[in-house]
Design a protein around this ligand. Structure first.
Ligand code: SF4
Ligand code: SF4
Length: 71
């Protein structure tokens, strides 16, 4: 097995599409790792250092504003 398959979470990034984010705060409440907060414009922002890539936020968002991206 190649190294990048073992650590494949390193290739995943969860990103908020600000255009779709209504600022409802649902994802901020839902993130088990406290990785999401509001940015200065009132949109959700994911701290990539704290994000454990669990995917909870993508499930909770009513506007499908958070997507999983493969690097
Ligand atoms: S749940 Fe969705 S709409 Fe609500 S703050 Fe998070 S990203 Fe924005
Ligand atoms: S993927 Fe999980 S840890 Fe990362 S921001 Fe979403 S809910 Fe939080």
């Amino acid at each position: 097995m190649k190294n990048n398959e073992i650590n494949n979470k390193d290739n995943i990034k969860y990103i908020v599409n600000k255009k779709n984010c209504a600022g409802c705060g649902g994802c901020i409440q839902a993130c088990p790792y406290g990785a999401i907060d509001y940015d200065k414009d009132g949109h959700a922002f994911i701290d990539q250092e704290k994000c454990q890539k669990c995917g909870e936020c993508t499930l909770i968002c009513p506007f499908e504003a958070i997507k999983k991206h493969q690097k």
